[in-house]
Design a protein around this ligand. Structure first.
Ligand SMILES: Cc1ncc(COP(=O)(O)O)c(C=O)c1O
Length: 393
């Protein structure tokens, strides 16, 4: 009766069951998977946000497939501040980044086609692809002590099939935090031109280079690439402003002129079919963007402070090894090989009331990784990491 786009087994796993049991008993769990900034104790410029949402223009409905011009202009202004110049006419507003993926998969792929996705990475991509009846084929990222996480062109070629329609990158990646470096972009552009693939670059964490990270080159957005193939870069207020609840994201499109024109005409049809972004948030966009600097600064400082503590407990050359992220909201711990990440996460929750993500959640190979969110409030984070160390060390 039901579509095979959804997973056939919807039962919760052991960790989720244990968490639900503990919460039902009213136990205080230190949640080191927290990815919702509105629950992480940040002080938001509340007045600015509330006033921004009180616009009289919200009383009028003027639908446009790409979104209100004023809001697209505001997003273009924000991106210019990030060092990327874009024409507001190439911007599509969506309610979420997930919806942006859904539009692009509809644009580029037929049922049964495929997209290439990085592994490890953001777990929702496989489901988003399945919802459009397409396959998500992983290409592995590699880790070395000198280069950190990086992409190898051999992995792209090994994963490619005739049904591939697009290459997805996450820049910087969640949860590994690595940016694509210039030579990686060159490989990607060559690979995508050769196989006629579009590039979808998820740049929601682009503003989150950690202050003390040791990256040598400034991060490069997909929008700065030479226009050899279609490029779609994604971002949104959920991460850029720490406001996931206002529901405003965007697709910026780029590429060689004839293909781009065709893509925009088709995206207009898709977006016009849904028109899902509310007028109030579009009317508020310009005023909301005013909080970007404050919120990004506060989030970067929190993530760096928590990362510093984490690295004091788990150094890069320790038994439990910190794979230091240059950017983003997460850090990865590599366990000694005799540990099982799933069992370890369950033991931590059972014995120490600390919740961490086991690596399989992000499709890490090898079964020996834990992922820690750097967003939680400092005192809770430190207590959670101390308890984690008691169990692991
Ligand atoms: C890489 C990445 N892309 C997109 C999203 C979701 O963004 P949105 O809330 O705009 O759908 C997330 C959420 O954590 C993410 O990690």
């Amino acid at each position: 009766m039901f579509s095979s786009r959804l997973p056939s087994d919807l039962h919760p796993n052991d960790l989720t069951r244990l968490l639900a049991e503990k919460r039902a008993r009213g136990m205080d769990i230190i949640d080191l998977t927290e990815s919702n900034p509105t629950r992480a104790g940040f002080t938001y410029p509340a007045e600015t946000v509330i006033r921004a949402l009180e616009q009289e223009g919200s009383l009028v409905y003027e639908p446009h497939p790409r979104g209100l011009w004023s809001a697209r202009h505001a997003v273009a202004g924000y991106l210019e501040g990030e060092g990327v110049r874009v024409d507001p006419d190439r911007i599509y507003l969506t309610a979420s980044t997930s919806e942006a993926y859904a539009y692009l998969f509809k644009l580029l792929a037929d049922p049964g086609d495929a997209v290439l996705i990085p592994r490890p990475s953001y777990p929702l991509m496989e489901l988003l692809a399945a919802m459009e009846a397409i396959h998500a084929i992983p290409y592995d990222l590699s880790w070395t002590p000198s280069a950190g996480w990086h992409l190898r062109k051999e992995e792209l070629e090994a994963s490619y099939t005739e049904r591939c329609r697009a290459l997805l990158v996450i820049n910087p990646n969640n949860p590994t935090g690595n940016f694509l470096r210039r030579h990686e972009w060159e490989e990607i552009t060559r690979f995508c031109s050769t196989h006629d693939l579009a590039i979808i670059s998820d740049e929601v964490f682009f503003p989150y280079v950690l202050p003390r990270s040791r990256i040598h080159d400034p991060p490069v957005s997909a929008l700065a690439l030479p226009q050899q193939t279609l490029v779609f870069a994604l971002g949104g207020f959920s991460k850029a402003l720490g406001l996931p609840q206002v529901k405003l994201s965007w697709i910026v499109s780029n590429g060689p002129a004839p293909a781009l024109r065709e893509a925009l005409d088709r995206l207009d049809v898709i977006a016009d079919t849904y028109l899902s972004v509310g007028t109030p948030v579009q009317q508020a966009a310009n005023a909301l963007i005013a909080i970007a600097g404050t919120m990004q600064g506060a989030i970067r400082t929190r993530c760096q402070t928590n990362l510093d503590f984490l690295s004091s407990v788990f150094p890069a050359d320790g038994n439990v090894q910190l794979l230091r992220p240059p950017a983003g909201w997460y850090a990865v711990l590599r366990l000694p090989s005799h540990f099982d990440e799933g069992l370890t996460a369950c033991c931590l929750l059972e014995e120490k009331n600390v919740l961490l993500h086991p690596g399989y959640f992000f499709d890490f190979p090898g079964g020996e990784h834990l992922v820690v969110s750097l967003l939680p409030q400092q005192d809770r984070f430190e207590e959670g990491i101390r308890r984690t160390a008691e169990l692991l060390c």
